[in-house]
Structure formats: C-alpha cells, structure tokens
Design a protein around this ligand. Structure first.
Ligand code: ADP
Ligand code: MG
Length: 263
C-alpha cells in the first residue's frame, strides 16, 4: 500500500451509501448497508455468491432501482441527479453490446460516440496492452484480453470512479496478475476503483479497504491488515505452520509471469 498516495487522495469521500435496502419481491437481498468510499482508493466488496455485491454495485451505477436508503456519488444524489452520476463513473459494459462485426478500435469509437467523447482508440488499447489486437474481433480474444478490453471500455468517458465486478474470475494466474497491474495503474492516475472478487489473495494485494458482505449485511469493513490483525487478536491461529511458498508460487515460478494469451 502506498502511504504517500493515501495522504494525497484519500481524505475525500467520493461514494456514500446510507442504509441501502433492496427487495426483490418478498426477498430482501440488501438489508440496510452503509459505507463510504474515499477518492483514489481501491475498495473491495467481498462476500459469498448471493451476498448482494452486484445488486449494490448496480444500484450505485444507476442501473438498478433501490428499495430504500440514500446514495451519493461525487456529491450527486442518486435520486435527484442520476445523469450526473453516469457521467463520472465507468462501468464494464455487457459483452452482448460488443457487436460481433466490429473490431476493437471500431467498438471503442462506437462507445466514445455514445458518450459524446473524442478519444484515440489506439491510445486506450495501448494502455491495456491490446494495441496488437486493434483489428481483432472481441470473440477472438483470450479470457485475459477480453477482461482487459472490458476494463478499457470503462475508461472511455474518463471517469472518476470505475466499477469492476469479478474482473479476474476464470483467468489463469498470469492474466490475473497482469490485471492487478492494470488496475493499480488506473488507480495511480487518481481513478477510484470499486472491485468485487472471490480471490482473497487478490483483495489483499489490491484493496486499500474491504467491506465483507454476507446475506445482504456488511459484517466487517477495514483495511486488509486490520481485518487480519483483529482475527489474530482473538487468538486465531492457522492450524498448520505456513510454508514459505504456496502452490500458486510454485506455478508462477515454473511457468513464469509472461502472459500466455499474446499470439
Ligand atoms: P452477488 O453479486 O453477491 O453474488 P447478487 O447481488 O447478484 O449477489 O444477488 C443477491 C441476491 O439477490 C441473490 O440471492 C440473488 O439470487 C438475488 N437476486 C439478484 N437479482 C435478482 C432479481 N433480478 N430478481 C430476484 N432476485 C434477485
Ligand atoms: Mg455478483
């Protein structure tokens, strides 16, 4: 964690969620949760499947209605000014919007047109290390390349905040690490990142703070260090002595860091 960075960016609250509730019929998926996200941080939303992570994100993204509670994004109230919120956030687009006939440059130009933005598609592709794939179709990309392209599409409107819902699910270890670098480089430019993941090692490496949500409630919210220290303070110990490496270390040591999806 970069302390200098924290001092520079982390004083201002950019997202504030208060007593958020989401009912799907008689089922309450989100049960009155409250949290703040600070400008410039990587904020992790962790929790088992069905915990309410995607519902929460989609409400903040203005894509899903809420049942109760209040949400502010960059000072804009979700009920009063959703259009202003849309302008400052970047959301991973559904891949169904990636028209099969268009190549990556054409897709970015199409989305830029929708956002009314002038951007140089090749510069954006370069940022996510896809400049060699400019003329390729989305369907012909590897899993890691697809995720990098999807993250690129969140940046088209030069947002203050991006939302990444399980961006590394299903990727091989090399592609996962590559995406960590990309996410850290996006944050280094001052963009706030909200991410969900099921990989705890990833959350530990990437996230400045983490909210753990279970069955629609936030059950912990702190830095990864604090969460671990609090558990240790209860007397918790790992059942086995920890080795100096794990199987993932072995895998990366044997197969290297280089991405395998570049042809
Ligand atoms: P997560 O992203 O943490 O896996 P979700 O926010 O997708 O969780 O879902 C939370 C709960 O709400 C789950 O039990 C899910 O089945 C339910 N749910 C999600 N979307 C709908 C919907 N459109 N209609 C009814 N129930 C839904
Ligand atoms: Mg989800």
């Amino acid at each position: 964690m970069c302390l200098k960075f924290r001092n520079k960016y982390m004083s201002k609250v950019i997202i504030s969620v208060k007593d958020l509730v989401k009912n799907y019929g008689s089922f309450q998926a989100v049960k009155g949760i409250s949290f703040d996200v600070n400008e410039g941080e990587i904020f992790g939303l962790l929790g088992p499947n069905g915990a309410g992570k995607s519902t929460t994100l989609e409400i903040i993204e203005t894509l899903r209605s809420k049942s109760a509670g209040e949400v502010w994004v960059n000072g804009f109230n979700l009920d009063k000014d959703p259009n202003s919120i849309k302008q400052v956030i970047g959301v991973q687009l559904q891949t169904s919007g990636f028209y099969p006939g268009l190549n990556l440059v054409e897709l970015i130009e199409l989305f830029a047109g929708l956002y009314n933005r002038k951007i140089i598609a090749r510069d954006l592709l370069k940022m996510v290390n896809l400049e060699d794939k400019a003329k390729s179709k989305f369907k012909d990309l590897s899993g890691g390349q697809k995720q990098r392209f999807s993250i690129a599409t969140t940046l088209i409107n030069e947002p203050r905040i991006i939302f990444l819902d399980e961006p590394t699910t299903g990727l091989d270890p090399q592609a996962r690490r590559n995406l960590w670098d990309l996410i850290q480089s996006i944050r280094a430019k001052g963009t706030t990142v909200i991410i969900t993941t099921h990989y705890m090692d990833e959350a530990e490496v990437l996230c400045d703070r983490i909210a753990i949500i279970d069955a629609g409630k936030i059950i912990a919210l702190a830095t990864p260090d604090k969460l671990i220290d609090d558990l240790v303070a209860t007397g918790f110990e790992r059942p086995k002595e920890v080795k100096k490496a794990n199987l993932e270390d072995v895998f990366i040591h044997l197969t290297g860091h280089a991405l395998r999806d570049e042809k």
